[in-house]
Design a binder for this molecule. Structure first.
Ligand code: PGA
Length: 252
């Protein structure tokens, strides 16, 4: 059975003290919960990973990175490799977030390389994609999403999909307060599962968790997460506050 996942993407927020405090609060609150089939992941910025790994040690809260470089090592000033992440004890990395694509020029081709590097280092990948508003308005959103998934992931063998989580994040809904309706999310998630089934097998498609991201908050999470093909959320703003984040976890 595929997992439900609530992953908090802290982006470029929280200094070291604030990161430790938030991690401690999340851990304390998660301790009292029966998680069943739900994974809880927090994703601090690179410099705070070590301390957040320490703060969550021995708890059910997992830690992931927000990005990584595709090369093994070498002259890439300011970059972080997959192996550096695994050496911290990390098991998961987010790749292809729309902010990386838009502000840092990450193309489908670069992302395919990053996916390969992550998987080669036994890192699970939360692979993000989603259309901009113009694509949705011109009814091109299915094509855009299909091509992002195809170009970033469809070169993989079926077995590699055990370490892939998909995150559909319509760009027009990220940080805007505007959320895709539960029906829009479900429609896209069902489409995604279908293209994965067509390319691979129904089994691969049924086993992959598909998260929704874009202005998920306690007031709308229950309805979105209740949709059949929505297996959780990638959360920005609402993950910066332990109370809101835990409310999202509880909405399963
Ligand atoms: P948001 O961000 O929840 O603040 O809209 C989501 C994301 O970018 O992952």
């Amino acid at each position: 059975m595929r997992k439900q996942i609530v992953a908090g993407n802290w982006k470029m927020n929280k200094n070291i003290q604030e990161s430790i405090q938030l991690a401690n609060e999340v851990v304390a609150n998660v301790q009292g919960l029966t998680l069943n089939n739900t994974r809880v992941i927090v994703t601090p910025t690179f410099v705070n990973l070590t301390e957040v790994v320490r703060a969550t040690d021995g708890s059910a809260v997992e830690v992931a990175a927000q990005n990584m470089h595709q090369a093994k090592s070498g002259a890439f000033t300011g970059e972080i490799s997959a192996e550096m992440l695994t050496s911290l004890g990390l098991k998961t990395v987010i790749l292809g977030h729309s902010e990386r694509r838009e502000y840092f020029g990450e193309t489908d081709a670069i992302l395919a390389e990053k996916v390969n590097a992550a998987l080669a280092n036994n890192l699970e990948v939360i692979f993000c994609f989603g259309e901009v508003l113009e694509d949705r308005k011109s009814d091109n959103h299915f094509n855009v999403v299909e091509s992002q998934i195809k170009n970033g992931l469809f070169h993989l063998e079926a077995s590699a999909w055990e370490n892939i989580v998909l995150a559909y994040e319509p760009v027009w809904a990220i940080g805007t307060g505007e959320t895709a309706s539960p029906e829009q999310a479900q429609e896209m998630h069902a489409f995604i599962r279908k293209i994965v089934a067509d390319k691979y097998t129904t089994e691969v498609a049924e086993n992959v968790s598909i998260l929704y991201g874009g202005s998920v908050k306690p007031s709308n999470s229950k309805e979105i997460f209740s949709k059949e093909d929505v297996d959780g959320g990638l959360i920005g703003g609402a993950a910066l506050n332990a109370e809101d984040f835990i409310a999202l976890v509880k909405s399963f």
